[in-house]
Design a protein around this ligand. Structure first.
Ligand SMILES: [Zn+2]
Length: 510
């Protein structure tokens, strides 16, 4: 039956409550019950109203700001019970991070040129000045206030939470909304693979792509946004405090503080890789029966008239052929897709450059005061640091934390492993400086040519690392052969197979 025909038929039953079977048929056909229930929320509206509604505990009011859409730029898949703040940090960096970095750096360059040409007096003889200050202001304002044009599916805003009938139509149109989404963003959390709705959304999105096309999925680990913001903020503080601390206590206090911060990052990275391992282990043993659902606890009967678990069972039977087929897909294809994203795409070259950009802003302050020749050398050195050396060192350090992620028996031994990994990372940052000072500068007398030579020299291993290093592979785990059992019913046992026959009849009648 055509989309219009199905919608007309649904309209006829809209006055009465939708049955569970009708729900499942509508979800699985990926056709909306009514065009107006396909609703997205402009990202700028979501970010504007989310804080106040969240504070007042009225997130359902976000639906007022949703609009009818033909398709979504993004479908957001997340576990409700996961903390909200890390998700917000990830959303801000995912959509506003790049414009914030570009505009902040442009502001630093404009202020640098204004100071050089005498339009702005320099702020002090040395250290961070107008360039760093203006770049910071522009960076954080853009991060908060950038007006994205994207429209997203966000369950609390896209599905009416107060009107039961509209809510039922929204849930029944979920398949249609998944099919009409260009990209899926997974706000991953360690509980994600145990949530039935989450795994259903992921599997359905992948299955709804046209043949031959690859599903576009971005996975955001919970602490990624927080760590990126924290790292950049720490870098900004270092830019402002380096000169005063250096003048008072010399290099040692600066080095100790920086090393402690990097040690925390190294320890967190090892913990992150272990979380990915746990996710893979959980996903490899995924069963419908053991997956969690907000509607009713695992293993207990559900007396609600519309049980999510029963509805999803019917949807899965219709979309994937059988429960076993769905579970197998989660244990293999979805597990590997999540693992690939979390191991190889969660921290990118662009993320590292953006996090270390305060180094460019400080260099703009130096260049605004120094003679032209020294300013050019400073520019070349900053480009070497930000574009080559830091990404080179971080890539190797990340691989090292992955290789040494296993927790050691003793806490002190585990701590020493993190210290050793961090020390290697610091050495990798220092190595190019040593080579430059004791080799390149001895051979090439011109400071600018020497710096450009160092830039070219270290670009080769950096490019090879980021372009040619093989991806990390998923764990070689044996998929569980656990019997998933039959469909859930209102008494908690296996329902009669007549359910599936009825489903087929309902589908035919539509
Ligand atoms: Zn239930």
């Amino acid at each position: 039956m055509s989309s219009a025909g199905l919608q007309q038929r649904v309209g006829a039953v809209a006055e009465s409550t939708l049955s569970e079977h009708l729900y499942s048929v509508l979800v699985s056909t990926m056709i909306p019950t009514q065009p107006h229930v396909v609703r997205g929320i402009p990202l700028r509206q979501l970010l504007r109203h989310f804080p106040s509604y969240w504070w007042r505990g009225k997130l359902g009011h976000l639906h007022r700001h949703s609009v009818q859409v033909a398709e979504f730029d993004e479908f957001w898949s997340h576990a409700w019970s996961a903390p909200a703040c890390p998700k917000i940090a990830n959303v801000l960096l995912l959509h506003h991070g790049l414009p914030a970095s570009v505009l902040a750096s442009a502001a630093a360059i404009v202020v640098c040129l204004s100071t050089r040409f005498g339009h702005l007096p320099p702020l002090g003889p040395t250290g961070a000045g107008w360039c760093t200050i203006s770049a910071c202001v522009v960076n954080y304002l853009t991060l908060l206030l950038w007006q994205s044009r994207q429209t997203v599916f966000f369950d609390l805003a896209s599905i009416n939470q107060s009107d039961e009938e509209l809510k039922s139509h929204g849930i029944a149109s979920l398949g249609a909304m998944l099919k009409r989404s260009r990209r899926m963003v997974v706000f991953w959390h360690s509980i994600y693979t145990s949530r039935l709705w989450c795994m259903y959304e992921l599997a359905t999105f992948v299955g709804s792509r046209p043949p031959g096309t690859r599903a576009s999925i971005t996975v955001c680990p919970p602490l990624l946004g927080v760590l990126r913001l924290g790292f950049q903020f720490g870098f900004v503080l270092l830019m402002f405090l380096f000169e005063p601390v250096f003048l008072v206590g010399g290099r040692v206090p600066v080095f100790v503080v920086a090393f402690c911060c990097l040690l925390g990052a190294g320890h967190a990275a090892r913990s992150y890789w272990r979380d990915v391992d746990t996710m893979e282990q959980q996903a490899s043993q995924f069963t419908f029966a053991q997956s969690t659902c907000a509607c009713c606890p695992v293993g207990e009967g559900c007396d609600k008239p519309y049980c999510d678990r029963r509805i999803l069972f019917s949807c899965i039977a219709s979309l994937f052929g059988s429960l076993a087929s769905f579970e197998e897909q989660v244990r293999t294809r979805e597990r590997k897709a999540l693992s690939h994203q979390l191991r190889n795409r969660s921290i990118t070259y662009s993320h590292i450059v953006q996090a270390t950009l305060p180094g460019l802003w400080l260099a703009c302050d130096f260049m605004s005061r120094w003679p032209a020749e020294e300013a050019l050398v400073e520019l070349a050195e900053t480009c070497t640091d930000l574009l080559v050396i830091y990404p080179f060192a971080v890539k190797i350090a990340l691989r090292l934390t992955h290789a040494l992620r296993a927790r050691c028996g003793r806490a002190c031994l585990d701590f020493m492993v993190s210290v050793a990994v961090t020390a290697v990372g610091v050495f990798l940052v220092g190595l190019p400086y040593l080579v430059h000072a004791f080799v390149v500068q001895e051979v090439i007398s011109s400071p600018l040519n020497a710096q450009l030579t160092t830039l070219g020299l270290w670009s080769i291993p950096a490019i090879l690392l980021w372009q040619c290093l093989p991806d990390l592979q998923p764990l070689a785990v044996a998929p569980s052969k656990t019997d998933s059992g039959g469909p859930p019913d209102s008494t908690g046992g296996s329902a009669d197979r007549e359910d599936q026959k009825d489903l087929a009849v309902n589908k035919e009648s539509l």
